[in-house]
Design a protein around this ligand. Structure first.
Ligand SMILES: Cc1ncc(COP(=O)(O)O)c(C=O)c1O
Length: 390
């Protein structure tokens, strides 16, 4: 059971706002803030390179901490600037060629979608969207029926940016393994929100950010590459951390997932990310998930009772992302009106998940995303505010 009072005492931002925007960027808890501050203080006092050396042990431990969060080995983990860059590092390093097909979801995040279009235009690959079931998650049977020898990648978002659905990541993993197709999981919205076990899911690559449900700082994320899969990827970039230049004219790639990193990093943020992973594991991700689901369904129930409000979430399993429309009001206007009441939400535009928003004919959604630190009283206040606005 989660001690919500303790959680809030750990989260200074809860004194100022009702933060329903963990799908955008969450509120950091004190252990994360302290990790960042103490590193920065040291940097201010002693210099960047010297501080990195002083914190060597803590920085080395980050990889096993992140691995533990998703049940991976430390050598399967790499740090990135963002979820998108982690995803790009994996995606663009796959040996895709003209005629190869990628199977993906209707709800694919816009940056991933842009990358597919780019490889379609530059290399002649094809992108096929797997239809959803009636309840709105990826249809695993349809996915399986679309697989043939030309399918060279399955990409899935575990939780999309713009609806409450949780996609069947594990069932997709079974299909990917059975057919020997590489599987890239975009877990940007699910890491920190629900338990993730890469061995159970069976993905070859997984990407995420620090700032959302994990509650770490902005500007950092990570990539998991299953160790047996590493050699299937040919890194798009090499540099001094990822390859050793053997003088005079040869280089050797490093033999772990960090071949997808960059040498230069924001180390304060890296330690913040690691503290966030530890914090989530100390609380228990399964307990976090249970509370998020309960607050999510409470939000949907209260919003559903308000005239003029339509909840647009999909999925047999729903998460903490609650999306809705208010009749006669643009999503941006709703966000501003809530902001005047110190309630933070974000919006999903038609571009956030272009295929899905286009198919569903939606031109803007309000996105209220709950986390375990939110209270039932906050959800009541939020719903009351929507009742006034609508
Ligand atoms: C499902 C999904 N994938 C990827 C991303 C990209 O994350 P980042 O902004 O850290 O690159 C987002 C961001 O909102 C997202 O919701």
């Amino acid at each position: 059971m989660i001690d919500v009072d303790k959680l809030r005492a750990d989260t200074p931002g809860t004194d100022n706002v009702i933060h329903l925007n963990s799908a955008g960027s969450s509120l950091m808890p004190l252990p994360v803030i302290d990790a960042i501050r103490s590193y920065l203080d040291h940097e201010i006092g002693y210099g960047g390179y010297e501080t990195q050396r002083s914190f060597k042990n803590e920085l080395d431990l980050v990889y096993s901490t992140l691995g533990e969060l998703i049940n991976a080995e430390s050598h399967e983990m790499a740090i990135s600037d963002s979820a998108t860059r982690a995803w790009d590092m994996a995606f663009y390093s796959l040996p895709l060629e003209a005629g190869d097909r990628i199977l993906t979801t209707t709800t694919e995040y816009v940056s991933n979608w842009a990358a597919y279009l780019q490889l379609r235009d530059s290399k002649g690959i094809t992108v096929d969207v797997v239809p959803n079931t009636g309840s709105g998650e990826l249809d695993v049977g349809a996915l399986e029926s679309m697989i043939d020898d030309t399918v060279k990648l399955i990409t899935l978002n575990h939780v999309p940016t713009n609806s409450g659905v949780v996609n069947p990541a594990r069932a997709v993993g079974r299909v990917a393994r059975e057919h020997g197709v590489p599987y890239l999981l975009d877990a940007c919205q699910s890491v920190g929100q629900l338990p993730i076990d890469v061995a159970e899911i069976g993905c070859d690559m997984l990407t995420t950010t620090s700032r959302k449900y994990l509650r770490g700082p902005r500007g950092v994320g990570f990539l998991y590459i299953r160790s047996d899969f590493l050699e299937h990827l040919s890194p798009v970039f090499v540099e001094l951390l990822t390859a050793t230049v053997v003088l005079p004219d040869r280089y050797e790639l490093r033999h772990d997932a960090r071949r997808f990193e960059t040498w230069e990093k924001n180390y304060a943020n890296v330690l913040g990310l690691s503290a966030a992973a530890e914090y989530a594991m100390d609380l228990g991700v399964a307990d976090i998930w249970e509370r998020i689901q309960s607050l999510g369904s409470m939000s949907r129930m209260l919003l559903g009772e308000i005239d003029g409000v339509t909840v647009r979430d999909l999925g047999a399993v729903k998460c903490g992302i609650v999306t809705f429309e208010v009749e006669g009001r643009h999503a941006l206007e709703v966000r501003e009106l809530l902001s005047e009441r110190s309630i933070n939400v974000s919006i999903s535009t038609p571009l956030s998940a272009p295929v899905d928003m286009h198919e569903r004919g939606i031109d803007g959604l309000v996105r209220a995303s709950v986390h375990a630190f939110n209270t039932e009283e906050e959800i009541d206040e939020f719903a009351a505010a929507i009742g006034v606005i609508s």
